[in-house]
Design a protein around this ligand. Structure first.
Ligand code: HMG
Length: 302
């Protein structure tokens, strides 16, 4: 199978990456991160989310972040919205693209958004109607596609079912999330093989957490299945508040290194990306989760 010539990276660091941080992060630092990422050539950045501040306190300042970032032409700045209320808040903040998120497992759906899968899909209907009225594009997520922290394994057919529902209600793309980062390359190929029977592969994306160190192998397996959109987080920031022990998303720098080595175009500048990641790690006072960034920075110090 031919690998795709171009890949789009969806940078989720400012949202998925920071949502789990316990320490307060200033709006200025979040804004700087988003601006650094657009300067590095990322064309899609998930900036924040409009969810209950009681559930995810770190995302409470998302409207201020949207107000202060320097929006660049050609860059999509998106927000996560779980319901109509979140969508309306995002709209008020000037957001032009949102994402809805469902789970493939009942237990995770309850823990994450306090309702069943069916109820979550019902909640999205008025949001989708409002999004259409306002010309806002909606991306979809399905969590727990390679295992659930509460229910264990989830059948690919169940994931296909939820993904089909999201398409049917108007999502233009659905990202399949290995929330706990436990999947293998074999699981990944089977997943896209099953989900890809009903949904064109160019409308699917991969979202891999790196808990078991398999994310790059899973991305390569996805490329072999014809997937060309991947979510990643600068410096490997993150973890999900409702998936204990799950580490961050695969680091954007590491995915870029893989893609550069395969001669696949992304339009991203590695040096600027590494600087962006290192800067936020300094702010958070935590080690850089990207192996490529660590190796590059260590070489520069020699
Ligand atoms: C969905 C709810 C709101 C349901 O929460 P609920 O308690 O069932 O809802 P509710 O309608 O009863 O509302 C409860 C309170 O929240 C308020 N509320 C209601 N909606 C909003 C809103 N949009 N924005 C702000 N506030 C809101 C509402 O007004 C009320 O306030 P109170 O009267 O108690 O003061 C809640 O469960 C929630 O916010 N969950 C957050 C989930 C989340 O952000 N999880 C992390 C992101 S998902 C993820 O990381 C996975 C992903 C996407 O990356 C892919 C992967 O890796 O798998």
């Amino acid at each position: 199978m031919n690998l795709p010539k171009q890949v789009r990276l969806v940078e989720v660091g400012p949202r998925d990456g920071l949502q789990n941080e316990k320490q307060p992060i200033s709006v200025a630092d979040k804004v700087r991160l988003v601006d650094d990422l657009s300067a590095a050539g990322l064309s899609y950045i998930e900036v924040g989310s409009f969810v209950s501040p009681k559930w995810v306190p770190q995302m409470a300042g998302s409207a201020e972040v949207f107000a202060q970032i320097q929006q660049q032409p050609g860059v999509t700045y998106a927000a996560l919205t779980p319901n109509l209320r979140g969508f309306e808040a995002a709209l008020e903040a000037g957001v032009k693209e949102v994402a809805v998120f469902a789970a493939a497992s009942e237990a995770f759906s309850q823990k994450n958004i306090n309702c069943s899968i069916a109820e979550s899909l019902e909640r999205f209907v008025p949001l989708m109607v409002a999004a259409k009225q306002h010309g806002v594009r909606v991306r979809g997520y399905v969590s727990c596609v390679l295992g659930c922290p509460y229910d264990g394994s989830v059948a690919p057919e169940q994931i296909a079912l939820v993904a089909r529902e999201l398409f049917a209600m108007g999502c233009y793309e659905v990202s399949l999330g290995d929330t706990i980062g436990a999947g293998t390359a074999g699981d990944t190929r089977r997943l896209f093989e099953v989900v890809g029977r009903d949904i064109p592969r160019e409308k699917l994306a991969g979202h891999f957490h790196d808990t078991y160190g398999q994310a790059l192998a899973n991305i390569y397996a996805s490329l072999l299945e014809g997937i060309s959109v991947f979510d990643s987080s600068v410096a490997g920031l993150g973890g999900c508040p409702y998936a204990k022990g799950a580490t961050g998303n695969v680091a954007t720098e590491d995915v870029l290194y893989l893609l550069n080595g395969l001669g696949i175009e992304t339009g991203i500048d590695m040096d600027k990306l590494i600087s962006a990641g290192q800067r936020i790690c300094t702010v958070l006072d935590k080690p850089n989760g990207s192996r490529v960034a660590r190796a590059t920075l260590a070489r520069q110090l020699r």
